[in-house]
Design a protein around this ligand. Sequence first.
Ligand code: F6R
Length: 615
Amino acid sequence: MCGIIGVTGDTDALPLILGALHRLEYRGYDSAGVALVVDGEIWRERVADGKHSVAALAARTTAEPPPPGHAAGIGHTRWATHGHPTAENAHPHLDCTGRLAIIHNGIIENHAALRAELVAAGHVMTSATDTEVVAHLIEGHMAAGLSLAEATRAALGAVRGAFSIAVAHADEPETIVAARRSTPLVLGLRDGVALLASDIPALLGHADQLFSLGDDELAVLTPGHITVTTLAGLPVVPEPLQITWDLEAAQKDGYEDFMSKEMHEQPRAVANTLLDRRGADGRLALDEMRLTPDELRRIDKVFIVACGSSYHSAVVAKYAIEHWVKLPTEVDIASEFRYRDPVLTERTLCVGVSQSGETLDTSMAMKEASRLGAKVLVVSNVVDSSMARAADGVIYTRAGLEVGVASTKCHLAQIVALEILGLTLAQIHGTLTPGEIAGILDEMDRLPELVEQALQRSVEVDDVAGKLTKARDFFFLGRHVGYPMALEGALKLKELAYLRAEGYPAGELKHGPIALIEKGTVVVGIATRNRLWEKMLSNIAEVHSRGATVVLVADDGDEEAAAVADHVLWVPPCPPLLSPVVGVVPLQQLAYRLARLHGHDVDRPRNLAKTVTVE
Ligand code: F6R
């Protein structure tokens, strides 16, 4: 998830672009850049300065300003997915002539194949990004005589994946061409000026009229004019947007808080984490994982280590890896692992899971694992986080920047990334056939749609939450992968609604905690169908008969489950090992709504920090 801005016409482009990038920093900030068309040339400046990249870019362009008299300009603030967060990988990217500049938000799925073809044809790449290939594709079509717009249209015909792009060219100094597929892009107009941006906040106050660009549409911006066509070339009348939001509301995309915005971004976070994982032969090939198949073949044990919600993703992965790969898999809380003399050898794969990649407990646990000789792999949402840099290998979740303190989209993306790791190990160890792996990947490709369906039931979840406002004690129960889902549901409720909530394996309840169940205790049970479903319903019947109010997460239409519940949170059914990706959604929504009903700030829960860098 990156932020993009473009402007052409009668305005001072540079300050407008820098101001817009500042407003888009919630989309990412690991590097930033700007390109202007000045005197028939492209002028460009880029910096990579961590959280302060936009400020550093502003300082640099003040110290070394562009020559006066520029026409079109484009700017970008980056949250790295392909390529490290360095100045070389920062956008805008140029073609071989240096006369074309491009910015991009999204992921080009077939970038590796395109890069190979372009390099073979003599193009020189100067970055490790997926984006740069599009610059060179357009360059090729312009060399054949096409205009910037037609060359962009032709280039995008070869591209698979998700993109919002904007392209400027020194030969067409007042034109910007923009296009999108699956990632957002808005257009703006005022007298003598045309603008584009990935999000509305960038354009507030700069445009009199706003329009949305549809999927697979292309816009040509010239001063005061915008022409829109489909990528196939058919004319389109762009849809006007009525915006009554102020800046803060616009940064939340109209949602009341970042948490609900990020919950709604979950289908894309899951889709992006799945993108580009299968090679041309259909086999899994993890781009960024630096461990070789030979190293992974030698692994005889897996440890997964993490904290909080990331730990819950790890517990889901244990079930999947043991089932698919038949490798002993232990999970541990990072702050415990580090001090308990874990038994590791050079044949152990130690996987650290961390959204931030900076959590001190997990980072120190990984150092300890390395010291003990294990191979260390990190699952991180932040490219080049300190854990990612120190590890032997890395898999990135591509959820985009998560602003809300309580993890939502990153938790789902972690489960997906860890399950992709599980399938990769199964491929290398030969414990699943290529057909079985392809079948599971096909099921995973349905997850974004199923998560979307789960999100659409928020009104029903809100209704259930409204009936639980007096409750103070909650148990979350699950079996098999329902157990980590129960842990996650309970954690969300604790940290957001400040309610006592315990996540427990349902079968263990009878060994003690059932003594706490009384009238008024709320039990949230995970009762989606798996081979322990019947046992789960028996456990639920036990608490129901002791007076608990029972809320069940159940598969659509499962009347047998509904019969033992007071309230049901329905989810679309999916294969058991993938079900946490869908079934956690109503648990997030329940915690969110109860927190709101109790009057709490869901983005900044008390006593918590987004990244915990203390012991
Ligand atoms: C809970 C939550 C935390 C984090 C934990 C680990 O909603 O966000 O429990 O999961 O602090 O953080 P990372 O994943 O950054 O290591």
